[in-house]
Design a protein around this ligand. Sequence first.
Ligand SMILES: Nc1ncnc2c1ncn2[C@@H]1O[C@H](COP(=O)(O)OP(=O)(O)O)[C@@H](O)[C@H]1O
Ligand SMILES: [Mg+2]
Length: 295
Amino acid sequence: MKAYQEKKNRFVAIKLMIVTSSDVHEDQILEYQKRGLIESQYVLENYDQLYDKDNQFQFIISKFCEKGNLFDYFLQNKNSLTNDIILNFCTQIIQGVIAIHDKNIVHSDLKPQNILINEDYQIKICDLGLSQFLKEQKSETFSKGGSYCYRAPEQDKGVLIKQCDVFGIGCIMCFLSNIQITILIATDIKNEKFPPIENSTFPELTSLAYQMMKKEPKKRINLNDCLEKLKQIQNNMTKNSTKHELTQESEVKCESQFKDGKSDVKRSQLIQIKNFVKSRRRRYLKQTVKQEVYL
Ligand SMILES: Nc1ncnc2c1ncn2[C@@H]1O[C@H](COP(=O)(O)OP(=O)(O)O)[C@@H](O)[C@H]1O
Ligand SMILES: [Mg+2]
């Protein structure tokens, strides 16, 4: 629920939870406390919590994120979202999850619906309701929790470890490269049978996602290495687009010189140069398959 807080001149989100048993109540209070513990700009911050004892309602008041959740946002804007923005979302999600893990908490329900976006395109991880503290940094056995599609194979067996969240982020990255979750399930991803990478609109990201979704938790790439890989993808994209801009620039320059009659480049030489530029462009196009934004 969205509400306006007049005193502070800001919009807030109010999450209402109906308390049905003392156990649940404890969990819900924990959600509030857990969120408060994590110091990261990428985790939704709480402003307050209120408890209505008579009706057993628990309210959590937090920052309102204008752009809603990543699931709806991506589906509504996927044609205009650049790979740069998508990479930036992934980097923020990973940084947020690293901060959660630093407090020895496993989110355990990472999915696009639990990632919010505010007006500055900053992401906020929300819904720590199912998250769990790990004792002594070891694995814990809990009730399954989470959403089946995004749940790591070991989590299906009730085992909760930090690598479960790595699997969840991998699924989010697949979603952001247009690999539909229904297809993921149909192709049996929990046994490392992944949809062909050609189906992806962002193959470099999907291939990284698959490294995060290995069946064996220990084989999954760790989150810090993942951040490095994201940086590499970003650098390659920048390099390719700069080269492409340069070839375009030289083509325009040649053409304008020819038209002005200022150039001593003969017509045949110009054709040769244009063909060279075209062939180079085809190569870059190949390298940046489906990254329409750079074409
Ligand atoms: N702070 C917020 N700002 C904007 N939308 C929010 C906020 N909190 C929740 N929502 C919306 O409500 C949905 C459900 O919130 P969530 O905390 O995940 O509750 P649930 O436990 O029901 O899954 C989110 O996917 C998002 O669309
Ligand atoms: Mg949720």
